[in-house]
Design a binder for this molecule. Structure first.
Ligand SMILES: Cc1cc2nc3c(=O)[nH]c(=O)nc-3n(C[C@H](O)[C@H](O)[C@H](O)COP(=O)(O)O)c2cc1C
Length: 358
């Protein structure tokens, strides 16, 4: 539990972040596409799912650790990739990754980071002998650029690649349009693109692009140039989950990009069990979107996720108090999940199943 008695949950941290950040930045981090109905549903859907706890089971010794792709992780709570951490705190991704390494959990590092993937890895390996770093990519239209990124991620010690599939174009984000928030403030840049190897055939330096021509063939091609496991992030349809497996994907992230891409799609928790039924444990399934409570996490695990990921809460922690703030977020959620497990009669994550849903 938090030692600071006025900060007891993630909402408290969001309030602190809101006070600290400029309106434009707060809107960029918290906002989403269209009418933001999906942001609302992502959170609200959890309130409509009820738990059905078991009692009189010995729950004294509890273990929250999990195994994902043969790696032991301290808890089923991972950090989803989010862009531009330096908007939230001067140390940006370096603060986040130190917290992730100390908490012994996965940080998915966004390709759109404001520190380079190498600097982030360097900080992670200083904080832990075995940091759980995954690199998130938007596949670029130029295959040579993708090859450079894959090689850099492998060389820097990343353990998996996460390919975001829900962004052939940018979502329609009205808060950013109103605020005229279209570029990073002076002094901040997409550090991963400050690299001399990223030259295009036309002699120009590559910049981050969304590619509307990317298909499953590109995922297959990616699998031939790396030994790293490949997750596809942004799956909402069971049909795409099956296709992902057919095309050799090693893991699926059920996500609607925190409601920032297509508005009016269902809450991720509402599509999770139909995807889990198609996947049938062939590959791990991770879910993100609107997860703010230990009870939300238990519900997601019960409905078929192997782990969950959080996006905005990490940014609230980072804005409020840098590395310490991110650690606080991870500790709060871990503590809430631990309490929820005890109250539901579970001592390990494996014991959490559909029978715990009313
Ligand atoms: C400010 C912000 C930036 C994001 N940047 C990325 C990104 O660079 N790559 C990506 O795959 N997803 C990105 N996402 C989506 C997150 O990975 C994740 O899907 C989402 O935040 C989960 O929902 P939550 O914020 O409700 O936890 C971003 C989300 C936010 C809020």
């Amino acid at each position: 539990m938090s030692l600071k008695k006025n900060i007891v949950n993630l909402k408290d941290l969001e309030s602190i972040a809101k006070e600290k950040l400029s309106g434009k930045v707060y809107d960029y981090l918290s906002g989403g596409a269209g009418d933001e109905t999906t942001i609302y549903h992502n959170k609200d859907a959890y309130n409509h799912i009820k738990l059905c706890p078991r009692v009189l089971l010995d729950v004294e010794n509890r273990d929250l650790s999990i195994e994902l792709l043969s790696q032991k992780i301290s808890m089923p709570i991972l950090i989803a990739p989010t862009a531009f951490h330096c908007l939230a705190n001067v140390d940006g991704e370096l603060a986040t990754v130190s917290a992730a390494a100390k908490a012994d959990t996965v940080m998915m590092v966004s390709m759109a980071s404001t520190k380079s993937l190498e600097e982030i890895a360097h900080t992670a390996y200083k904080a832990s002998a075995n940091p759980k770093l995954w690199f998130q990519m938007y596949l670029q239209p130029d295959i040579e650029v993708n090859k450079v990124f894959v090689k850099r991620a492998e060389d820097a010690g990343y353990k998996a690649l996460v390919i975001t599939a829900d962004s052939p174009v940018f979502g329609h984000r009205e808060r950013d349009i109103r605020n005229n928030f279209h570029k990073l403030p002076n002094g901040l840049s997409l550090k991963n693109f400050d690299d001399d190897r990223l030259m295009l055939a036309n002699g120009k330096k590559a910049t981050l692009e969304l590619s509307a021509t990317t298909t499953w063939k590109d995922i297959e091609a990616l699998k031939t140039i790396t030994k790293l496991p490949v997750f596809v992030k942004g799956i909402l349809s069971p049909k795409d989950a099956e296709l992902a497996i057919t095309h050799g994907v090693d893991g699926i992230i059920v996500s609607n990009h925190g409601g920032r891409q297509l508005d009016s799609v269902p809450a991720t928790i509402d599509v999770l069990s139909s995807i889990a039924s198609v996947v049938k444990d062939r590959v791990p399934v991770i879910v993100d979107g609107g997860i703010r409570r230990g009870t939300d996490i238990l519900k997601a695990l019960a409905l078929g996720a192997n782990a969950i990921a959080i996006g905005r809460p990490v940014l609230w922690g980072l804005s409020s108090n840098g590395e310490e703030g991110v650690l606080e977020v991870l500790k709060m959620l871990k503590h809430e999940l631990d309490t929820t497990m005890a109250l539901c009669g579970c001592t390990t994550v494996k014991e959490i199943d559909k029978n715990l849903i009313y």
